[in-house]
Design a protein around this ligand. Structure first.
Ligand SMILES: Cc1ncc(COP(=O)(O)O)c(C=O)c1O
Length: 440
């Protein structure tokens, strides 16, 4: 019988992935072909125990090295009521970016004091809602927002973090890079002093500390060091100048995950060790009291726990050029490859041929009217036939939240699996959903 370890590609799938007795791919104890029979394709499946174990690993690895730490899950990577509930049960906070995410958190009863809100262009409504609900922090991104918030907060006292742009390149995809000077995010270095002065002078603001976020998909700790250097040296400067003590430092998210065979990032323990050691040392060097540390992981909590399943349709061989294999989904359910190219490459297997040899090269595309509707370019797979079930690994982050109805595609169902049981956490869209907001 074929074992998981015989198939190198399976190392990038979720923790509870196996080949079952029928020689099919199974996740969370559920045969993927049974899931397809029950829920159809395209289908997103999340391994609940995988998601929970990553939440726990973050808490344990950072918590044992730096007790005053908060892990705030970033739901932009994957937002669903069931996911927010899971995060709440695991004792994580939330790092949100829109009023929409805040609204969903409110609906699931997420404690508002455990929510931190950062965005570069919050609306009046976003700020009003944040003040009304009493969020843990409003992350103020720029000077106009600071002025708006002072007006909106009125007589209420609001806890804020100032998002400082540290001008650091995290060596990731340019679309995922947020902490370089040439970025819409965060206060430019030349405005830090003005922002701090304004915040400290406002009786209705409680400046709790600073925030930065460098980018997504980081494989090294050095960019965090550089950003901490910039922010901590500034905190030391204003401690001297103004007697202000920074109480909280949020270093954003960004820790990368393994999407492809052989490209393995360091484990969470590595980042925890490097970041907390550096933070403690720099606080000693700069004469600062070690702050509460907030980390905002998104991708690294949900990416590996999620897979996407498609039914293979038309296969078109262009002799000497390429063989295209179509799926019943595409960029409407996963736009990552179209947006980021090879940076967003994902592995795949065929659920019903999981132990067969990868003999043929295919480009996997979708059913949308775009030549850029590609899910995976040039991947070796067993010889494909219509009706085969393609399973993509690492679909858990930034696929579901970026889905669209382009070409009037219906967005897929989402299932959570655990210990051999599957529960539908989002039903497949229907035609009614597509026209619900239209009028004649
Ligand atoms: C402010 C902020 N925090 C956290 C994250 C999550 O990053 P990641 O999913 O790479 O962990 C993002 C992602 O863009 C972000 O903008």
């Amino acid at each position: 019988m074929v074992k998981k370890s015989d198939i190198p590609r399976l190392e990038v799938f979720s923790l509870n992935t196996e080949i079952n007795k029928k020689n099919h791919l199974a996740i969370g104890g559920c045969d993927t072909l049974d899931l397809v029979k029950k829920f159809g394709t395209p289908l997103y499946v999340y391994d609940e125990n995988d998601l929970r174990s990553r939440c726990r690993e973050y808490k344990a690895e950072f918590g044992k090295r730096y007790p005053n730490v908060t892990i705030a899950y970033s739901p932009k990577a994957f937002t669903a009521k069931a996911m927010l509930k899971l995060v709440q049960e695991e004792g994580l906070d939330l790092d949100i970016v829109t009023g929409g995410e805040l609204g969903i958190a409110k609906i699931v009863g997420f404690p508002m004091e455990r929510i931190h809100f950062s965005n570069s262009n919050k609306s009046v409504e976003d700020l009003e809602m944040s003040v009304k609900y009493g969020l843990g922090h409003i992350g103020v991104d720029n000077l106009p927002e600071l002025d708006m918030l002072i007006k909106i907060a009125g007589k209420k006292k609001v806890k804020i973090l100032l998002r400082l742009n540290p001008g650091v390149d995290p060596h990731t995809h340019k679309y995922n890079t947020t902490g370089i000077a040439d970025s819409k995010f965060g206060l430019t270095r030349t405005t830090w002093d003005q922002a701090v002065a304004t915040a400290l002078a406002a009786p209705n603001l409680d400046l709790d500390g600073f925030h930065f976020h460098l980018g997504s998909g980081l494989f090294e700790a050095e960019p965090y060091f550089k950003a901490m250097d910039a922010v901590l040296s500034y905190a030391a400067e204003i401690k001297k100048k103004r007697g202000y003590n920074m109480k909280t430092l949020s270093i954003g998210g960004g820790i990368g995950i393994q999407y492809t065979v052989g490209k393995v990032p360091p484990p969470f323990s590595y980042f925890a060790e490097k970041i907390t050691t550096y933070l403690k040392k720099k606080c000693t060097d700069f004469g600062l009291t070690p702050p509460r540390l907030i980390i905002e992981p998104g991708r690294s909590i949900v990416a590996k726990g999620g897979i996407s399943l498609y039914t293979i349709g038309v296969i078109k061989e262009i002799p000497g050029i390429r063989t295209y294999a179509s799926t019943d989904g595409g960029i409407s359910d996963n736009i990552r490859y179209a947006m980021y190219g090879e940076f967003a490459r994902q592995e795949a297997v065929i659920a019903n041929k999981v132990s067969a040899k990868n003999t043929d090269k295919y480009t996997i595309y979708g059913k949308l009217c775009e030549s850029g509707d590609v899910l995976i370019k040039d991947i070796m797979l067993p010889k494909l036939a219509m009706g085969d079930i393609l399973v993509m690994a690492g679909s858990g982050a930034y696929a579901v939240p970026m889905q669209s109805n382009y070409n009037s595609m219906l967005r897929p169902a989402i299932v959570f699996v655990k210990d051999g049981k599957a529960r539908l956490i989002r039903r497949r869209e229907t035609l009614d959903d597509l026209i619900r907001r239209d009028s004649d």
